[in-house]
Design a protein around this ligand. Sequence first.
Ligand SMILES: *Cc1c(COP(=O)(O)O)cnc(C)c1O
Length: 245
Amino acid sequence: MSITDNITNLKTELDRVNVTLVAVSKTKPITDLQEAYDAGQRIFGENQVQEMVEKYEQLPKDIEWHLIGHLQTNKVKYIAPFVSMIQSVDSMKLLLEINKQAAKNHRVIDCLLQVYIADEDTKYGLGFDEVIELLRSEEFAQLHNVRIRGLMGIATNTDNEKQIKEEFYELDTFFDGITQSFFRKDDNFDTLSMGMSSDYKIAIEQGSTMVRMGSTIFGGRVYPVPSGVKLQGPGKTDMPDIQDI
Ligand SMILES: *Cc1c(COP(=O)(O)O)cnc(C)c1O
């Protein structure tokens, strides 16, 4: 199916349950993003600063750009003028820098705290206790140019649906607890970003309000192979094939 069909079908499915779609367009060419845009998609997710900046410059200005990958503090300044949401806040140091750069641009930048829920070494994120510590800190109370809109989590990359379900359940429960403890009077703390192409249905069952989907919309990603490396088969993809929905 075409990108247009994929966007149309997904929107219908997600609108019914009031879940927001972030179209994850990392590694994909401008033409693919333009097609999704023409099909009505306005929120795009990227995980690399330079790629996001290049795409921002070439595409319509009513797109909302979400940064979803690990962000180095020295790169915040490049996206601070335009980014809509930073979903991958994983340290107080990073939040301080986002606040500083947002202030320079006379903006308030929406952020999600990325919470570590996976049973893997490779995923970034704060532990449950670290989230609480951050929200309780006096430093945090002084930040006026960031707005914490909610939490983001990535489940373990596994076929074990029960495990994925438990990880999302835990994050949803934690989200409710944090809402009660810290954001009871703040209607803006409303976003629980969990679920990607392989697990979004489970995530929605467990209370997700925002899904980040790439391969279901744009097809599998092929990463460039470093020069000098002999290819045995096709380039490395992180999804075996294009999923039909
Ligand atoms: C790449 C990525 C996604 C989308 O992955 P798909 O499997 O293509 O849907 C979602 N979230 C994050 C943080 C990502 O890096």
